[in-house]
Design a protein around this ligand. Structure first.
Ligand SMILES: *[C@@H]1O[C@H](CO)[C@@H](O)[C@H](O)[C@H]1NC(C)=O
Ligand SMILES: *[C@@H]1O[C@H](CO)[C@@H](O)[C@H](O)[C@H]1NC(C)=O
Ligand SMILES: *[C@@H]1O[C@H](CO)[C@@H](O)[C@H](O)[C@H]1NC(C)=O
Ligand SMILES: *[C@@H]1O[C@H](CO)[C@@H](O)[C@H](O)[C@H]1NC(C)=O
Ligand SMILES: *[C@@H]1O[C@H](CO)[C@@H](O)[C@H](O)[C@H]1NC(C)=O
Ligand SMILES: *[C@@H]1O[C@H](CO)[C@@H](O)[C@H](O)[C@H]1NC(C)=O
Ligand SMILES: *[C@@H]1O[C@H](CO)[C@@H](O)[C@H](O)[C@H]1NC(C)=O
Ligand SMILES: *[C@@H]1O[C@H](CO)[C@@H](O)[C@H](O)[C@H]1NC(C)=O
Ligand SMILES: *[C@@H]1O[C@H](CO)[C@@H](O)[C@H](O)[C@H]1NC(C)=O
Ligand SMILES: *[C@@H]1O[C@H](CO)[C@@H](O)[C@H](O)[C@H]1NC(C)=O
Ligand SMILES: *[C@@H]1O[C@H](CO)[C@@H](O)[C@H](O)[C@H]1NC(C)=O
Ligand SMILES: *[C@@H]1O[C@H](CO)[C@@H](O)[C@H](O)[C@H]1NC(C)=O
Ligand SMILES: [Cu+2]
Length: 580
C-alpha cells in the first residue's frame, strides 16, 4: 500500500497542488461502497412536469485509489465514483452541472450528444469553447436537454476520461413512442481498462521514434467492474490484487421487459454486446428512436449509444451479459505499448442477468453463435431507420472534403494523424471562442487549428470523409446529429448516385471503415464552434480533429457568459500543458 501512497504523493508533488487529497486507507478489495450502485437499480421514470425542471448536480472531481478489476490504481473519479453518477432528466429540462475540480490538473466536461443550441460555450472543449477549469477551480455548465435519448458526459481535457471522468446522461421522454414496449430501464457502460494512467501511456505513445500501435489494455470493465487474472506475468507484484471481483449483476423479474441503455466509453475499443439466450429489440441509436429491429449481438463503437429491450421470458436462472472487445480492430506489432500484457488480457467483460428467485451460482449459459465474421463497423445503416421520417437536407450550400492520413514517427516527431495534411493541436490559453469574440477572423486562426467556417443560414452542410488509412475511425460531431447519406469501404470513392436522401440514419458518432469513405449532411441551424473528431482517444491526441465554425457572423455577436471569460483569466498562468 505504501507504494501506492508514494506514487500518489510523488504525483501530487509533481502537479504542485496545494490541496490535500484524501488518500483512502488500505483497500485490498473493491468494496461495495466503491461500486456505483446507480447502475444496478432500474431507473425510475421522472414524473412528467408541465414546466421544465432545473436539475442540479454537484460534481467534485478528485483522484482516489479504486480497484475496478481487482487491481488498485489511481482513478480520476466524479464524487469518488467510477463511472460517475447517472444524470437523469426529462426532455426540456435544464441541467446545472457544478464542477469542483480537485484533480490536481485542469479539466473540462463535455456532454456528448447534447447539441448546446445557443450555449456553445458550455460544450466543454478546452481550446475551442473555453479555457480549462484550473485545479482548485469551480465552473457551472448550464444547458437544456432538447432531445430525449442516451448520452454521456466526459472530460474533454487530454485523455482524462479514460482515467475515469465520465458518466451516463439519460434524457427520458414521457411521450417516448416505445414506452409501451418496456417496464423498466437500466444503464450499462463498458470500456477497456489500463493499469497505468493515460499520462503514462501518452508519454510513450506521443514520443519521437515510437512506431508501436495503441496501448494494449489490461482488462475490460462493465459498468465499472472487471476481472483480472492476478497470477499472470503482469500481476502487479507487491500490490494487492483480487482475481475474483463480483461481476456486475443486473436483476430482472420473470415476465418483465427491460430497456438497456448501452454506452461504449472506451478510448480505443469496438465491442459486441449480447445477453445469452435473450434476443434484443434495438430501438434507439445515439438519441434517435429507430424502427425496432431484433438482433442477437450488437456491434458498438467508441462513444456510441444504443437502447435495446430484452424480455425476461427465459427460464428463471443466471445468464451472461457479454461485452467483448473486438480483437480484430486492434492492430498489434512487436512494439505496441503493453504488448507484454496481451497474454493476461481477457478481452471479454461479463456481467450477469440474474432472475429474481434464481440461485447465486455462476451462469453456464452459452454465447449466441456468430452469424457472420465480426467487423469493426457499425450496425448496418439499413437497420437504423429513424422512427419518425426525417429527411436530410436536399440542397448542399457548403461542402467540405476531409482526407484522413497518417504520418509515422521519425527521429524528431511522434506518429500523427492529419486532416487535409494538417494535424490539430489545441490552444488552451487562447481558445477559438475568445479569439472570434475579440474580432479575429476565421481565416486568421493558426493553420493547426484546422478551422472550416461557413456562414450560410439555409440549405445544408455536406462533409465527405476519405480514409486514406487502414484503420477504422468512429467520427463524432459536436452540436448536431448528422444524416449518414452514404458510406463505402476499402478503396472505393464517394458515389453520390448511392446516396440515401429519403430517410437515412441520423446519429452523432459513425464509423468510417478501413480505406473507406462516408458522406454526412446536416442543417446549419446551430451557430457555434463545433468539434469534429475521431473518438479513438489516442487519435485525438495525434491530431485527427477539425473545428467547424457555423454561422460565425451571428455567433461572434453573442454574449459569452462572464464565468466562461473568467476561466481564461484564471487559467492563463496555470495551464501551460501542450500535451495533445
Ligand atoms: C457548486 O459547488 C460548490 C462546492 O460544492 C458550492 O460551494 C456551490 O455553492 C455550488 N454552486 C451552486 C450554484 O450550487
Ligand atoms: C442558467 O442559465 C439561465 C439562462 O439560460 C439563467 O437564467 C440561470 O441563472 C443560470 N443558472 C446558473 C446556476 O448559472
Ligand atoms: C505503470 O504503473 C506502474 C505502477 O504505478 C509503474 O510502476 C510503471 O512504471 C508504469 N508504467 C509506465 C509505462 O509508466
Ligand atoms: C491465470 O493465469 C495463470 C498463469 O498464466 C494460469 O495458469 C491460470 O489458468 C489463469 N487462471 C484463469 C482463471 O484463467
Ligand atoms: C440457451 O441457448 C442455447 C443455445 O445458444 C441452448 O442450447 C440452451 O438450451 C438455451 N438455454 C435455455 C435455458 O433456454
Ligand atoms: C520489431 O519487428 C521489426 C521487424 O518487423 C524489427 O525490425 C524490430 O527490431 C523489432 N523490434 C523489437 C523491439 O523487437
Ligand atoms: C471472447 O468472446 C469472443 C466472442 O465474443 C470469443 O470468440 C472469444 O473466444 C472469447 N475469449 C475468451 C478468452 O473467452
Ligand atoms: C453559401 O452557399 C453557396 C452555395 O449555395 C456558396 O457558394 C457560398 O460560398 C456560401 N456562402 C458562404 C458565406 O459560406
Ligand atoms: C489523400 O491523401 C493521400 C496522401 O497524401 C493521397 O495519396 C490521396 O490522393 C489523397 N486523397 C484525396 C481524395 O485527396
Ligand atoms: C530517435 O532515434 C534516433 C536514432 O536512434 C536518436 O538519435 C534520437 O535521439 C531518438 N529521438 C528521441 C526523441 O528519442
Ligand atoms: C481491399 O481491396 C483490395 C483491392 O482493391 C483487395 O486486394 C483487398 O483484399 C481488399 N481488402 C479487404 C479487407 O477487403
Ligand atoms: C436550435 O434552435 C433553433 C431555434 O429554436 C432551431 O431552429 C434549430 O433547429 C435548433 N438547432 C438544433 C441543432 O437543434
Ligand atoms: Cu481514429
Amino acid at each position: 500500500m505504501n507504494i501506492i501512497k508514494n506514487i500518489l504523493i510523488l504525483y501530487v508533488s509533481l502537479c504542485t497542488i496545494s490541496l490535500v487529497i484524501a488518500v483512502p486507507a488500505k483497500r485490498d478489495i473493491r468494496k461495495r461502497a466503491e461500486i456505483n450502485t446507480n447502475f444496478f437499480q432500474p431507473l425510475t421514470p421522472q414524473p412528467a412536469t408541465t414546466q421544465p425542471t432545473i436539475r442540479e448536480y454537484d460534481f467534485r472531481l478528485y483522484k482516489a485509489t479504486l480497484s475496478p478489476d481487482g487491481v488498485p490504481r489511481t482513478v480520476y473519479t466524479v464524487n469518488g465514483q467510477f463511472p460517475g453518477p447517472i444524470i437523469q432528466a426529462n426532455v426540456g429540462d435544464q441541467i446545472i452541472m457544478n464542477i469542483t475540480n480537485q484533480l490536481g490538473e485542469p479539466t473540462a466536461i463535455h456532454s456528448h450528444g447534447i447539441v448546446q443550441n445557443g450555449t456553445n460555450w458550455f460544450d466543454g472543449v478546452p481550446g475551442i469553447t473555453q479555457c480549462p477549469i484550473p485545479n482548485g477551480g469551480n465552473f457551472i455548465y448550464n444547458y437544456t436537454v432538447d432531445v430525449p435519448g442516451t448520452y454521456w458526459y466526459h472530460s474533454h481535457y487530454i485523455a482524462q476520461y479514460v482515467d475515469g471522468v465520465h458518466g451516463p446522461l439519460i434524457v427520458q421522454d414521457p411521450a417516448d413512442p416505445h414506452l409501451s414496449l418496456y417496464d423498466y430501464e437500466y444503464v450499462v457502460t463498458f470500456q477497456e481498462w489500463y493499469h497505468n494512467t493515460t499520462e503514462d501511456l501518452l508519454h510513450i505513445k506521443m514520443s519521437a521514434n515510437h512506431t508501436g500501435d495503441s496501448p494494449i489494455p489490461d482488462s475490460v470493465v462493465m459498468s465499472g467492474i472487471g476481472q483480472y487474472n492476478c497470477s499472470s506475468a503482469n500481476g502487479f507484484n507487491g500490490l494487492s490484487c483480487n482475481s475474483s471481483v463480483t461481476p456486475p449483476t443486473y436483476v430482472v423479474q420473470s415476465g418483465k421487459r427491460y430497456r438497456f441503455r448501452i454506452i461504449n466509453t472506451s478510448a480505443d475499443n469496438h465491442f459486441y454486446f449480447s445477453i445469452d439466450n435473450h434476443t434484443m429489440l434495438l430501438i434507439e441509436a445515439d438519441g434517435i428512436n429507430i424502427k425496432p429491429v431484433t438482433i442477437q449481438k450488437l456491434p458498438i463503437n467508441i462513444a456510441q449509444r444504443y437502447s435495446v429491450i430484452i424480455n425476461a421470458s427465459q427460464p428463471v436462472g443466471n445468464y451472461f451479459i457479454r461485452a467483448s472487445a473486438t480483437t480484430a480492430c486492434q492492430v498489434l506489432n512487436n512494439v505496441t505499448i503493453n504488448i507484454d500484457h496481451l497474454e493476461s488480457l481477457n478481452w471479454n467483460a461479463t456481467g450477469i442477468l440474474h432472475y429474481e428467485g434464481a440461485n447465486n451460482s455462476a451462469p453456464t449459459s452459452q454465447e449466441w453463435p456468430d452469424t457472420s465474421e465480426p467487423t469493426c463497423d457499425d450496425v448496418p445503416d439499413a437497420s437504423l431507420v429513424p422512427f419518425v421520417a426525417n429527411p436530410p437536407p436536399q440542397n448542399v450550400s457548403q461542402q467540405f472534403t476531409f482526407n484522413l492520413t497518417f504520418n509515422g514517427a521519425n527521429q524528431s516527431s511522434p506518429s500523427i494523424f492529419l486532416v487535409n495534411n494538417s494535424s490539430f493541436s489545441p490552444n488552451f490559453i487562447s481558445p477559438t471562442i475568445m479569439q472570434l469574440s475579440s474580432g479575429v477572423s476565421t481565416q486568421s486562426l493558426a493553420a493547426n487549428q484546422n478551422v472550416y467556417a461557413y456562414d450560410n443560414t439555409t440549405g445544408g452542410v455536406e462533409l465527405i470523409f476519405i480514409n486514406a488509412n487502414g484503420g477504422t475511425h468512429p467520427f463524432h460531431l459536436h452540436g448536431h446529429s448528422f444524416y449518414i447519406v452514404g458510406k463505402g469501404g476499402n478503396g472505393t470513392s464517394p458515389d453520390p448516385s448511392t446516396y440515401n436522401l429519403v430517410n437515412p440514419p441520423l446519429r452523432d458518432t459513425a464509423t468510417i471503415s478501413s480505406r473507406g469513405w462516408m458522406t454526412i449532411r446536416y442543417y446549419a441551424d446551430n451557430p457555434g464552434i463545433w468539434l469534429l473528431h475521431c473518438h479513438i482517444e489516442w487519435h485525438v491526441e495525434m491530431g485527427m480533429v477539425v473545428q467547424l465554425v457555423e454561422r460565425y457572423t451571428e455567433f461572434r455577436q453573442r454574449t459569452i457568459p462572464s464565468s466562461v471569460k473568467n476561466l481564461c483569466q484564471s487559467s492563463s498562468s496555470s495551464t501551460t500543458s501542450t500535451t495533445s
